[in-house]
Write a protein of this length. Sequence first.
Length: 246
Amino acid sequence: MRIKVLTIFPEMLRPMLEASILKRAIDAGLIEVELVDIRPFSELKHKNTDDYPFGGGPGMVMLAQPIVDAVESCTGEAFRGKRLYLSPRGRTFTQKMAEELSKEDELLLLCGHYEGVDQRAIDLVIDEEVSIGDYVLTGGELGALVIIDAVARLIPGVLGSDESSEDESFSSGLLEYPQYTRPREYRGLAVPDILLSGDHAKIARWRRDRALELTYQRRPELLENIEMDKKDRIFMQALRERHGEA
Ligand code: 6SD
């Protein structure tokens, strides 16, 4: 997958792309991330990329011209991917959206800054606005990184077979069971005996029960979309009885 990120602060993204799994995926050619600086596209004398808002009000608004020219320079006739703008007004990014986007050959992520971008740039060159959550950031760069990270790990080969993406929260639909590693006892806290038993069926059942229990306690609305077998339903009934809701 080829991802183009348009920003006036490309240096904000570089460190995240130069470490750990994203670096490995880029080095292996599984994803390509091109950071495109919007500033050189400005036709103004001092390469300004923002100006005061018409109608008044606080802050600065990013100019349409450098953004539209930067996007058009990245998306010729050949561009077939999605052009996304990171914004708190957008559709909230979910694991399902990450799965959809991971099937694209190409993505373009436009990062605004300050009070936002001239609406005409969005109208002219953006397919969809996407929000990474209901809080306000200073710019779209962290959102772009969140999308790159969530999408990249779903691309075949990006995670090693030991790092599989199939088993965890939001793909199973349940919150993840607790994990432990060495030592077997730490500050008086022991690893649950069952995980040391070598009985793989029992371990799988214990993990499923812990995942169901955590999801029931913290995110009960997620349980509505979970397929449950007989053993799951018996465990859930016991949980509800313990909780006093019969
Ligand atoms: C104008 C931006 C771009 C400012 C943002 C996105 C989300 N989910 N919260 N905040 C954001 C994006 C804020 O520059």
